[in-house]
Design a protein around this ligand. Structure first.
Ligand code: CTP
Ligand code: MG
Length: 227
């Protein structure tokens, strides 16, 4: 199997509001992108494509070569698009011909452990067209319309989707060619194209850094334990 990982890092980070593109904001001495790449390079893969903001392609390459260690020849960096979906499409175009399994990962899920990459890749290699890591939904969920609770939602049938999401390369290529609108994630895009998507266990550390509170949580998690 030849696994290619596409790390999408081309977003602006509007909700974080840190004054720089989110992937280049520091957690500790290291950026969100750098932490994400540590997890990526700790798992086996044959290519890693980083999708960066146009103005940050050089910075992303520096970070990636640093994180890659002796696997520097696996690294590609390409500029992203105006939506996440456009950025994934840009990453797909940069995949080498021999890549047969694709993992698409949000750089913003900076602390995702390597075991999640391994679990998702294994499920694709085991025959799934698409694979999403999920966590159970903890909160009680209500359907609300115009400030009125209009129905209960059975929490047991709900899951929160994470990344890396994994796909057979031919499936993801075909689904992106046929996509006629924007989808919330790659699994939804692939499901809409008619393929079945399997779920595997996600990980609490694969949470997405979206807001300042999320960044604060990440900072606490990477801080050295007090002596
Ligand atoms: N992303 C991307 N290209 C875009 C938009 C998003 O590569 N045009 C990436 C982000 O860099 C991030 C992941 O998709 O790693 C998930 O997106 P999100 O958390 O929404 O990040 P941002 O779009 O940067 O944040 P915001 O929506 O708050 O602006
Ligand atoms: Mg966004």
């Amino acid at each position: 199997p030849h696994v290619g990982v596409i790390v999408v890092a081309a977003g602006s980070g509007t909700r974080l509001g840190a004054g720089a593109p989110k992937a280049f904001v520091g957690i500790d001495g290291r950026t969100i992108l750098r932490h994400a790449l540590e997890g990526v390079f700790a798992a086996p893969s044959a290519q890693v494509v980083i999708v960066a903001p146009e103005s940050r392609v050089g910075d992303a390459l520096t970070e990636a070569l640093d994180a890659a260690g002796d696997r520097r020849d696996l690294v590609s960096v390409v500029p992203g698009g105006t939506s996440r979906q456009a950025s994934v499409a840009a990453g797909l175009k940069a995949l080498w011909a021999d890549i047969d399994t694709v993992l698409v990962h949000d750089a913003a899920r900076a602390l995702t452990p390597p075991e999640v990459f391994a679990r998702v890749a294994a499920a694709v290699q085991g025959g799934a067209a698409g694979v999403v890591p999920v966590l159970p939904v903890i909160d009680t969920i209500k359907r609300v319309s115009e400030s009125v609770v209009v129905g209960a939602v059975d929490r047991s049938e709900l899951s929160a989707a994470q990344t890396p999401q994994g796909f057979r390369r031919d499936v993801l290529d075909a689904a992106y060619v046929s996509a006629g609108r924007e989808f919330t994630d790659d699994a939804a895009l692939v499901a809409e194209a008619g393929y079945s998507v399997a779920a595997v266990p996600g990980h609490p550390l694969a949470f997405k850094i979206t807001t300042a509170a999320d960044l604060e949580r990440a900072r606490h998690l990477v801080a050295p334990a007090p002596v």
